[in-house]
Write a protein that binds this ligand. Structure first.
Ligand code: DGL
Length: 268
């Protein structure tokens, strides 16, 4: 079991930002990543649909022999974490709780913003996680649905991205917010632009590193960590257009991906 891979999934390529953090913190661990590129985006879909998709992916990952599962997608974490945990024979780690923890640690004035897909914001998952840690926080939430296609287009610092960011972030900029959770896999790629729009007084919270730490802790506590010095194997899989996945994946991970497998899920 210790030699098994970590399963990681997202609605598409965005979750590779989490893979990058996992590889950096846990270099001995093997990974298998599935991007549901046939059904992306999850952001505007109903909770029931995202839950069904997530459970299908869990089944596939478990069949690959994974020893733990990381839900790299914020929307899938928001809508499906509880069902995934109930259905999974291995530990399941989401991105919302680690992001909320980092935000609570970062805020000084107690005013925290959360940006994410429409589904993530509507779910209230971050709001609940933040308030559970610190009940007196004031939380400003903003759905930013146009950020995902802008990032997919590679427009990290395009004038159109800047215009959209200024519009979405105006209520946050005019408030006393001093920490903002990047509650979507794609947003870390917009970090320089968002930092410029918001100015130096706002810490931008990327949950990828915190999530990798949670994973490390779970592996250590369950005796599932890979043997030190093990040679890791990394597998990449997508439910559609593996060529595009490979191309964009290189941007997200900062490395070229080896072969990308095409996977057929029940309803993809
Ligand atoms: N992976 C999604 C998330 O983190 C963003 C892309 C999508 O809408 O599927 O919420």
């Amino acid at each position: 079991m210790r030699a098994g891979p970590i399963g990681i999934f997202d609605s598409g390529i965005g979750g590779l930002t989490v893979v990058r953090a996992i590889h950096a913190l846990l270099p001995d661990e093997s990974t298998v990543y599935l991007g549901d590129t046939a059904r992306v985006p999850y952001g505007p879909k109903s909770p029931a649909t995202v839950e069904r998709y997530s459970l299908e992916i869990l089944e596939w990952l478990v069949a690959q022999g994974v020893k733990a599962v990381v839900v790299a997608c914020n929307t899938a974490t928001a809508h499906a974490l509880a069902s995934l945990r109930a259905a999974s024979p291995v530990p399941v780690i989401g991105v919302v709780e680690p992001g909320a923890r980092a935000a609570v640690a970062a805020t000084r004035g107690g005013v925290v913003a959360v940006i994410g897909t429409s589904g993530t914001i509507a779910s209230g998952a971050y709001r609940r996680a933040l308030l559970a840690r610190r009940a007196d926080l004031r939380i400003v939430e903003q759905a930013c649905p146009l950020f995902v296609p802008l990032v997919e287009e590679g427009w990290f610092d395009h004038p159109a991205a800047r215009l959209v960011a200024e519009e979405y972030l105006a209520p946050i900029r005019s408030d006393d917010v001093d920490a903002m959770v990047l509650g979507c896999t794609h947003y870390p790629l917009l970090k320089p632009l968002l930092a410029e729009v918001l100015g130096p007084g706002v810490s931008l919270i990327d949950s990828a590193e915190e999530t990798a730490h949670d994973l490390a802790e779970v592996l250590a506590n369950t005796g599932l960590a890979a043997a030190p010095g093990a040679t890791p194997v990394h597998r990449w899989a997508a439910t559609d257009d593996v060529a595009r996945f490979g191309r964009l994946g290189a941007v997200f991970t900062g490395r070229s991906l080896d072969e990308v497998e095409l996977v057929a899920l029940a309803t993809s």
